[in-house]
Design a protein around this ligand. Structure first.
Ligand SMILES: [Zn+2]
Length: 618
């Protein structure tokens, strides 16, 4: 059976399923879901003589970390349809086997569905709502993943009025006393379909023949209607880039809670987007949300469909390693802010500032960018990006950040080499045609290069291969220069006291290369970048800063102020504590000019035309 993640709602109507889950929410206040799984074992291709193996994925596609969701399931019973116990045992940490299955097998267990701050990758069931990623609790039946799966939802619909999910309705009308039944054409689609149930905000609109739903869950002074309107712009802008939408229905689930850790997760007909709630009058916060929404929606094409060979079909029992996350996360990171700009959410000036600060600025503050190639960082994502530590900054760099810049260079390379006729969009549209011709199989690095070269007429192989395999600095000056752009020092701002200002605003913030954090009343060094004044001084992660220039320091700001007051002419004297010992350290910060991404002063008319072409909004 060919791998497919495509499903249209009409395909599930009036279907029956040989594998059914019943989810009971009576104990939602305890964050518990009781699950009864019914497996019909009597169809022609399933012999009851063979042992039946069930399992739970150890990871969720899109997030490259072994999470062992099985740890939250328990109290298993396995019976036939009459309740007679069947013999079964665990055969690995996440798989169980039933020795002699009967024609109908019932497996019952409890799921503790309560991830506090990282719900996009797991579940959150409380008195007020239920958010469930089926990958965390729906066992697969080995060898029968291609069959139709149904989920029957048992909850009080007068208490929870709304459900948002890409799972498809099985019946066109449901009586008030019967459970809601939703379905998936196969197991891959089931576990790619998160479910939000509760009393959340919902808004829908139609783009051509596709229904796009916005579901906003959370607390705070946000304006859900406003968010839904921006989503219309995002969907329209991205659909225009790709030439239409590849689904009949799509759901944006948006979680906005005060304690939420931000992030998103992409699915074929859905995305889950989490942003810390709070002060929504902050423009940067709004921009973060809009850029996240653009990012996750771009994945509809780039990763859910156009994808490396290794990312679909999946092996749910172990890490799925790929050297190509530069393509799916790198390009998506380049396009997320580009699309935020194309949607009109950023002015041109704001877009340049975002490139300066969030892309180039962050990249150059990561010495680890020169220590491992992006392909190695992709391959090791499971044990690098997803298991970071204090020293990571010096050993590797995120393939989102690194990949985003490689795609920016690639876009500029194509524009300059084609003399402003072709651009990266042309390459991605060609990749989309290739996907449509053979959706069951992902692409290789070689194929990516071939498709982009034939779509643009520009030779990219030599350059791109070098950028992907090398640890050398990327040729920003050369490629930006050819385009009439520059990464250059900003004029140093004159910090002059003006009447009525506080002393803190009078001093220039200095650069040390150490990142500080306040923890339990202590000021600690979080990380130290290599080849910086902090490294030269001997500061190291976990050092506690007690005194700066004989002043007892009370906060991170205070340390920065004391350093700034001494200036760069002579070293500041620090007293630090590490382990049990106290030490004196001399730290000489520098005044590091801020760099900005800008149109070069020397840009000629042709280059200015290329820049306009790059920044065209449609
Ligand atoms: Zn992504």
């Amino acid at each position: 059976m060919a791998y497919s993640i495509e499903q249209r709602d009409e395909q599930l109507l009036n279907t029956t399923a040989p594998i059914r889950y019943h989810w009971y929410f009576d104990n939602a206040h305890r964050h518990l879901v009781r699950i009864v799984m019914e497996i019909d074992n009597n169809s022609d291709n399933n012999s009851t003589a063979e042992p039946l193996t069930l399992g739970l994925p150890v990871w969720i596609p899109g997030s490259y970390k072994v999470r062992d969701y099985i740890s939250t399931l328990g109290s298993f019973t396995v019976t036939d349809a009459d309740g007679t116990a069947l013999v079964w045992q665990w055969i690995s940490k996440n798989r169980l086997q039933i020795a002699s299955p009967t024609q109908s097998v019932h497996v019952e267990y409890f799921y503790y569905a309560f991830e506090r701050d990282s719900t996009i990758r797991s579940s959150h069931v409380t008195r007020s709502h239920a958010f469930i990623n089926p990958v965390t609790c729906a066992l697969y039946v080995e060898g029968r993943e291609h069959e139709i799966h149904h989920v029957c939802f048992h909850y009080d619909r007068t208490k929870w009025a709304t459900i948002s999910t890409p799972l498809s309705p099985v019946k066109s009308a449901v009586a008030s006393d019967e459970p809601l039944v939703l379905g998936a054409l196969n197991y891959d689609i089931l576990v790619d379909s998160p479910v939000e149930i509760g009393n959340h905000f919902v808004s829908k609109f139609l783009y051509e023949n596709s229904v796009v739903e916005t579901a906003v869950v959370g607390r705070g002074n946000y304006d859900a209607d406003w968010i839904a309107r921006q989503i219309e712009t995002i969907v329209t802008t991205e659909a225009q880039m790709w030439g239409g939408l590849p689904f009949d229905r799509y759901v944006f689930i948006i979680h906005l809670f005060p304690t939420m850790r931000g992030g998103g997760l992409e699915h074929a007909r859905c995305s889950v987007n989490a942003v810390e709630s709070g002060n929504w009058s902050d423009t940067a916060k709004l921009h973060n949300l809009l850029s996240l929404l653009c990012h996750e929606f771009f994945h509809v094409w780039n990763i859910k469909r156009i994808r490396p060979r290794e990312l679909g079909p999946f092996d749910y029992n172990q890490e799925n390693l790929t050297r190509m996350l530069w393509l799916v996360e790198g390009a998506t990171s380049y396009y997320d802010d580009m699309l935020t700009y194309r949607c009109g959410f950023y002015t041109r000036d704001e877009y340049f500032k975002v490139i300066s600060k969030d892309h180039l600025g962050r990249f150059f503050r990561t010495p680890g960018r020169l220590q491992a190639s992006i392909k190695d960082n992709s391959y090791q994502a499971w044990v690098k990006l997803y298991l970071p530590h204090d020293e990571s900054v010096n050993r590797n760099v995120s393939y989102y950040l690194h990949g985003g810049l490689i795609f920016m260079l690639l876009d500029f390379w194509i524009i300059t080499q084609s003399k402003g006729i072709k651009r990266l969009d042309d390459g991605f549209r060609a990749l989309w045609s290739v996907y449509q011709q053979r959706p069951a199989t992902g692409i290789t690095e070689d194929e990516f290069i071939e498709v982009v070269e034939s779509a643009t007429g520009v030779t990219v192989r030599e350059r791109l291969t070098q950028w992907l395999n090398s640890t050398a600095e990327l040729p920003f000056d050369e490629v930006f220069g050819a385009m009439g752009l520059a990464w250059q020092p900003a004029p140093v701002k004159d910090v002059k006291p003006s009447e009525g200002t506080q002393p803190m605003t009078l001093v220039q913030k200095l650069f040390t290369g150490a990142t500080l954090k306040a923890e339990n009343g202590k000021i600690l060094v979080a990380q130290v970048e290599e080849n910086t004044p902090a490294e030269a001084s001997g500061l190291a992660p976990d050092d506690e800063i007690l005194f700066v220039n004989s002043t007892r320091v009370a906060s991170v700001d205070d340390v920065e102020y004391q350093l700034a007051k001494r200036g760069t002419e002579s070293a500041s004297q620090l007293v630090i504590a590490s382990d049990a010992a106290m030490e004196a350290i001399a730290l000489q910060p520098v005044l590091q000019p801020e760099f900005v991404f800008a149109v070069a002063e020397a840009a000629n008319d042709e280059q200015k035309r290329w820049i306009e072409f790059w920044l065209a909004r449609s």
